[in-house]
Each structure stands twice: as C-alpha cells, then as structure tokens.
Design a binder for this molecule. Structure first.
Ligand SMILES: *Cc1c(COP(=O)(O)O)cnc(C)c1O
Length: 399
C-alpha cells in the first residue's frame, strides 16, 4: 500500500542528500573530533563546516551555535541557562501554547524550584495579546520564552517584536523555533532574540540532533558539564553523523526555502479548501494571516479525531490529532483549549503537516477519500446534531 505522509510537524523524512552526506561518517570517518590524530581532526573540520551552515541559515555567527541532542535539550538548556545566570530573578514569561519541552519544563520549575511563571493566553485564532505581554513584565523577570511557530496550528508569533520588548525590560528572550527553521526566513543578525532552539528531525535531518543559538556576550550556563566539547558549553562526544546531517539539511533549506514555501503552501491550501468544501461543520484552527506554509489544523465537528486517524491509517494516510484520548484522559489539545475551541470541535481536530516530498496526487487522494470517512463516522457519533452548517474559519471566511 502506498503511504501518504502528512505528519511532518511530528518528524520528517531524512532527505536522501542529507543521508548521503552523513553516511561516510559511520563507517570510514568515524573518529572522535577531540582526538589529536587525523581520524579525529578531519571530523572536527566537518563539524565546524556544519556549524557554519546552520549559522548561515539563521543569519548568525558560527560560534553562536551549540550542537545538542534534540529540540527539547536546546529548550531546557536555554531556560536553565537564563535562570542560572540571573539567580536573583525569579519570574518567567511564556505562553499557554508552547510545546511541552518549554511548557512542562516551566511548570516543573514552578513546582520544584519556586519560580513564578506567567502563561500568556491567546485569542480564538491563537494570537497573543501584546498588551497582556507588556503588562506581564516585572523587575525580576529573568526570561521570556515564546515559540516562533506553533507545532499544532502552525501559527507564527511576532517573536522579533516581542524580543525587542523583552530587551527593553532587561529580560533574556528565548524562542523555540523548531517548527520555524527552514520554513520561514530568520535573520538573527538583525534581531533582539538572545537564544533560539532548533531540531534536526523537523527539517529532514535525523532524530537525535539539535542546536541552540546563544548570542555572543550573553551569560551562559551549560546544562551538561563534563568534557570540553562545544567550547565547554555542552559536554559529551559529538553526534558527528547527526551534526553533519544537520549542516547539510540547513544548506538544503537555505537553497530551496523560497520555492519550497510556495509549492508546499499551494498544496496545503488546496487540501484545506478541498476538505472545507466537501465537509460541512469543519473549521480551521489558527491564524490564516500568520501561519506556517505547511500546516493546517482542521476541526471536524462531532467526530473523534482518533477515529478519523485510524480510518485514514487504513488508507495509508498519516496525520495527527491534538486530543489525547488514546491515553484515556479525554483531554483535548492544550493549544486548542487555550484558544477556546469548543469541546465538540477540539476533539475532532486533525493536523495535516506537509513537506517538500508531498505531491499533488497525494493531496487529491486525501480530498477524495477523507470526506466519506467523516460522513460515516458522523452517522455513528453521539455528538452529531444532524444539522448542516457551512464550513468556515472560526472567525471570518475561508481564504
Ligand atoms: C518537535 C518539537 C520540539 C521537540 O524537539 P525534539 O527534537 O523532538 O526534542 C520542541 N518544540 C517544538 C515546537 C516541536 O515541534
């Protein structure tokens, strides 16, 4: 059976060119970059080339990039570093819609270390309120952490403007840009962002590698202490294959972002409008005016997201749902909950996230085969009101 992979915000296929670039570093060039001999030295050179490629994509200096094991480690490192470097400051500002790598860690810090955390709310489209943000600062605000783009809705937050406000208040500004890197242009040279996290497996590199940008001059405290790797900023023998792959993935992203964004967003828009036209009581969650090019989050009212996913899986279509009924909690996604999406819609939400590898034929297949699935599930649904409304965005009309 052919498979149609529309879950690229969960993870991506390693690009064949990335795989080719990393392959020799498993079997021939397997040295430890810390070694004196040439087995090590030549790998160290490649790691620094990869560092330069990551820096180029972000518009920063190579020595501002620290390689880590994943996006979660980058997020944890950034937050811990900002707090440990400013021991007198006890307040954190973040949002209610962060990835758990930030959200759960901030809740953990509140519980175990007594930090006070402000979780910024959103409106029904998932937009942050800049007045609420400005009012949240306190003299002891150490850190602001706001994601560049949301993994569930694709919403893009105004992080550059928010970073300037944080700078005016003397707070460190970190952004989880795991979903943004490679999909939106980023120029850290002209920004007030102090720290930025990214993850390899969200941009066609393998799992188990990430990076953290730390602005030169910012006081930094490592999370992992031990060997001298990464200039004493992250101990542990480097994931050489992963780092070289991440460098290649960033090169590819820099080369093709422009055309790819146009192609991917065209397919995403086709999928979205095709489904909205064919399925009554379907709504798009998120901000149509400020969204990643590859993501659409659609609520199909009066059906369970899990049921839709299982039916789609039988046709070889992979996507995600925001709700966590599989864990038995019946809790809808924290992101949709923060946006105030009503229960009967939050539970039927499906996230479709595309990549450079999706084709028009795949999208046509989904538009043709998903609407009958929803129709059948609704016949069985106890929530179904049995009356038809027209499809639209939660506020306003479809693009
Ligand atoms: C996937 C993701 C992460 C976590 O990255 P890992 O490399 O899987 O640890 C963090 N933030 C966002 C927004 C993500 O989408």
């Amino acid at each position: 059976m052919k498979t149609i992979y529309l879950d690229n915000n969960a993870t991506t296929q390693v690009d064949p060119a990335v795989f080719e670039a990393m392959r020799p570093y498993f079997t021939e060039l397997y040295g430890n970059p810390s070694s004196i001999h040439r087995f090590g030295g030549q790998v160290g050179v490649k790691i620094n080339e990869a560092r330069a490629s990551v820096a180029k994509l972000l518009g920063c200096r190579p020595d501002e990039i620290i390689f880590t094991s994943c996006g979660s480690e980058s997020d944890n490192t950034a937050i811990r570093s900002a707090l440990n470097a400013q021991p007198d400051k006890r307040h954190i500002i973040t949002t209610a819609v962060e990835h758990p790598a930030v959200l759960s860690f901030c809740k953990f810090l509140a519980k175990t270390d007594g930090y006070e955390v402000t979780f910024l709310s959103t409106d029904e489209r998932g937009r942050l309120d800049m007045d609420e943000y400005r009012a949240a600062f306190r003299p002891d605000t150490a850190l602001v952490s706001v994601m560049w783009a949301n993994n569930e809705t694709g919403n893009i937050h105004p992080v550059e403007a928010m970073a300037e406000i944080a700078r005016d208040h003397g707070a460190v500004f970190h952004t989880d840009a795991v979903q943004a890197v490679g999909k939106v242009p980023i120029d850290l040279g002209n920004s007030a962002v102090d720290m930025l996290s990214l993850s390899g497996h969200k941009l066609h590199a393998p799992k188990g590698v990430g990076a953290l940008f730390v602005r030169k001059g910012l006081r930094f405290r490592p999370l992992l202490v031990g060997g001298h790797q990464e200039h004493n900023r992250r101990a542990g023998t480097e994931n050489t294959t992963g780092i070289i792959a991440l460098g290649k993935a960033c090169e590819l992203a820099a080369e093709s972002m422009q055309t790819e964004v146009t192609d991917v967003s065209r397919l995403r828009d086709k999928l979205e409008s095709g489904l909205l036209a064919a399925v009554p009581d379907a709504l798009v969650n998120g901000d149509p005016d400020s969204r990643l090019p590859n993501t659409t989050n659609i609520s199909f009212g009066y059906v369970e997201g899990e049921a839709i996913l299982l039916m789609m899986d039988q046709l070889g279509i992979a996507a995600s749902s925001g709700s966590a009924c599989t864990s038995g909690s019946l809790e809808p996604s924290h992101v949709l909950k923060a946006m105030g999406v009503p229960f009967t819609f939050a539970h039927g939400s499906i996230r479709f996230s595309l990549s450079r590898f999706n084709t028009e034929k795949e999208i046509d297949f989904v538009i043709e085969n998903l609407p009958p699935i929803i129709k059948n599930l609704r016949k069985m649904s106890p929530f179904s009101p049995g009356k038809k409304k027209t499809a639209c965005f939660r506020t306003g009309s479809p693009q």
